[in-house]
Design a protein around this ligand. Sequence first.
Ligand code: FES
Ligand SMILES: [Fe+2]
Length: 443
Amino acid sequence: MDGHVMSTGKVAAAAVLGVGAVLILQGGDSAGIGYHLVWRETGLLGAPARAVVCIIAGFSLLAVVWLYRLLFRPLELLKDGRSRARAANEVRRRRKIGELPPVYPNGWYRALDSHMLERGEVRSVTVLGEQVAVFRAQDGKAYVVDAYCPHLGANLAVGGQVVGNCIECPFHGWQFDGNDGKCVKIPYAEKVCQGMRCWPSCEVNGQILVWFHCDGENPQWTVPEQQEITKGEWVYRGRTEHFINAHIQEIPENAADIAHLAHLHTPGMVSGVDLRYTNSKIWEFVRHDWKAQWEPESEPNKHCSQMLVKHALTVFGHHWPLLDVQVVARQVGPGLVFLLFNHSFLGRGVIMHCVTPVEPLLQCVSHTIFYQSNIPPLVPKFILRAECIQFERDVMIWNNKKYISKPLLVKEDSAIQKHRRWFSQFYSENSPRLQYRRDTLDF
Ligand code: FES
Ligand SMILES: [Fe+2]
């Protein structure tokens, strides 16, 4: 949508410049006599003066569109850093190191944000190495089924039509019920065949999520509802998306890696995301200070854990208490984290941090922010931007590191081992592992 606004702005500016060019050219013609009078009245008869006015008008229009986007539109930053060659090289390197944990833990994963799927629309999504079709029925409910039709393999998400609560294949028109995947109609046959795989799904907190269990077991917990989002008190203010070459476990493990906060995340956000320059002396006057602790929750929420973070900002060694922020990062299962902000004057909101494995060593990480509707959008957009900068420093580490199954840890790193034990609950005996063939990599 932002792109649409942006292109509207560009078209408007181009139109102004275009009209301006005509005016400049016609300035002395009899055909342009009306315009000529206008220019004469404003005292701008010369072509250069008119050109300057038109250029200023064009840029002013662009500035207005830019300001409108900055102040009112959601912030959307989508970075596609995926590279199969790079992923393959990572795998080769890891192979020398030894065992990787299974690649697809059991749990809930984000497939799409709700606003990305209109009623009657179908979209193709890759989750956990599978291609799925996510569609919204006419009654507004979202369903997730395997993308490939069991008849002759057409992709239901490419040209498939939503009919009631069913998805109709674009190839021969077979229809499948979104509730259970059953085939309900074959246009040219009397009897219907068995259906297809239907993924357990739910729609909560403005997101469509799918449940994965390697043994096909039903969901073992539900995704907690953030009431403020459901009631409309917190509204969508933007989203970022990154593709990361790493094992899924390495991303949430960051929460228990307390020591990295004081090293990687201390340089001010003005020093950027490129780790070769973040410690530059130029930006040393801004520092972030972090205090954090990570703890697993107990029954019945043992699939959850919490990281409590206290952030303080210092500029030229001076602490700015008004910018002290406390964040509770509550992890729910292997793929979802609720980053809850509560600030005396910056307001309240949540960033939904979602990790969805696309392939064994390729993760789609989405951050979606919902914030108090009565707080100017600039505030949550700034928070999301700041979070994104800090996150991209981790991304540079993840994209280039190797997984070490037996890390060399000191006493102060003990939460990391605790986190690995906690995370292991999401693997079961049949959890898929990375498999190798002799000459090729087989995912
Ligand atoms: S391939 Fe889907 S109906 Fe034939
Ligand atoms: Fe980090």
